[in-house]
Design a protein around this ligand. Structure first.
Ligand SMILES: NC(=O)c1ccc[n+]([C@@H]2O[C@H](COP(=O)([O-])OP(=O)(O)OC[C@H]3O[C@@H](n4cnc5c(N)ncnc54)[C@H](O)[C@@H]3O)[C@@H](O)[C@H]2O)c1
Length: 343
């Protein structure tokens, strides 16, 4: 086993948002490496069934990262590392509920960092940032870490950036060993579909039911879809390699996929024969293409993402097949949305 993986054996690790799409994958991986994992999650967009139910190395705390009682409870467990993934997710949700977004993503992140500073014994604080929040829509591609943006188009983008700014302050002035991981469109097993979720789980959910897939825009738009297993691997590397401390790094596949091609592939892999249809692009969606450079993460921490997009998509679909009843019960759509697009 590689050193950065061996390092986690016996480590006490907090995963905030550990019942979520990325957090549940990270928690399972840490458990497989024999870490002791303390999950704090308020289950606002995560699901307890997404985590192992009877692992003695997992302590699940239903709690809020902006609440002192809950924070005292988790820090009482004497963590050595924190992976901070809890968030009010994501763009459209924050447009609809900007104050809830600020409370969790801004205030909650600040509180965690304050506790981390007071506690004083953390080896690493890894923050889940967001590539779509940080880079301007006219930035040259592939996006490099030094680019920044003052003109965000959603409250979520503002508060994910705010989290990075707090990490910088707590690293530079307060000595907390922070690292900022900039995710790009994570996909894979573990993401339950819903009105505020990413395009891939929603496409799979609709395609499996024979619905027409809705594309907001022309379908020529691209995204740098990154397999969740690679994001988890990048996070584990950030928790181990000293070179990561104080840095920000893109965790991206470094590959563009057109939304039209994605829809065709999902339909093909699920056997959905219904034609796609088009809806207007959302007014905050200012990035027709997205492609990130992963050179820095490769250089500093040896990040090496999987390039087999179709193979990874099949793993996501397999997870849907294996958990279909639970996914259907949990999928969070307002009444009528899915039926409106039935082919
Ligand atoms: N999924 C992506 O494509 C993507 C892209 C960029 C950045 N990110 C960031 O990565 C992280 C994980 O994303 P995800 O896709 O797993 O999202 P998710 O919504 O599946 O997970 C977030 C988890 O945080 C929990 N949570 C929300 N508010 C909380 C609070 N106040 N206290 C405790 N728990 C709370 C939710 O219940 C959920 O389980 C987030 O910080 C997100 O902003 C994700």
């Amino acid at each position: 086993m590689e050193k950065y993986l061996e390092y986690y054996e016996g480590k006490r690790v907090i995963v905030t948002g550990g019942a979520g799409a990325v957090g549940s994958n990270l928690t399972k991986k840490l458990l497989s490496l024999k870490a002791f994992v303390i999950v704090i999650d308020d289950l606002s967009s995560g699901y307890e069934w997404n985590l192992p139910q009877d692992d003695k190395n997992l302590l699940f705390i239903k709690g809020d990262i902006a609440n002192d009682v809950d924070l005292k409870r988790v820090f009482n467990e004497e963590p050595e590392l924190i992976f901070h993934l809890a968030a009010f997710f994501a763009n459209q949700n924050s447009v609809d509920y900007p104050e809830k977004d600020l409370r969790t993503n801004g205030f909650g992140t600040l509180k965690l960092l304050e506790y981390a500073k007071l506690y004083g014994k953390l080896e690493r604080f890894v923050y889940a940032s967001s590539g779509c929040s940080i880079y301007p829509s006219d930035a040259p591609m592939p996006y490099k870490e030094e680019l920044t943006n003052m003109y965000m188009t959603t409250p979520y983008q503002i508060t994910k950036m705010l989290g990075e700014l707090y990490c910088n302050y707590f690293k530079k002035v307060q000595g907390v060993p922070t690292v900022k991981a900039r995710f790009f469109n994570s996909f894979g097993p573990g993401e339950v579909p819903g009105q505020y979720r990413n395009v891939i789980p929603n496409f799979i959910y609709w395609a499996k039911q024979g619905y027409s897939l809705p594309i907001t825009g022309t379908g020529e738009e691209t995204r740098d879809f990154t397999f969740v297993g690679d994001i988890v691997d990048g996070l584990l590397r950030m928790g181990f390699f000293k070179e990561a401390i104080g840095e920000e790094m893109n965790l991206a596949a470094g590959r563009e996929v057109r939304i039209k091609d994605l829809a065709a592939l999902v339909n093909n892999l699920t056997g959905n024969k219904t034609e796609i249809h088009f809806l207007p692009r959302r007014n905050w969606d200012s990035k027709p293409r997205m492609l990130a450079s992963n050179e820095k993460a490769k250089r500093l921490i040896g990040f090496s993402p999987n390039q087999d997009f179709e193979g990874c998509l099949k793993l996501a679909i397999q997870w849907f097949d294996e958990n279909w009843e639970k996914i259907k019960e949990s999928a969070d759509f307002p009444p009528g949305v899915s039926s409106a697009v039935r082919g």
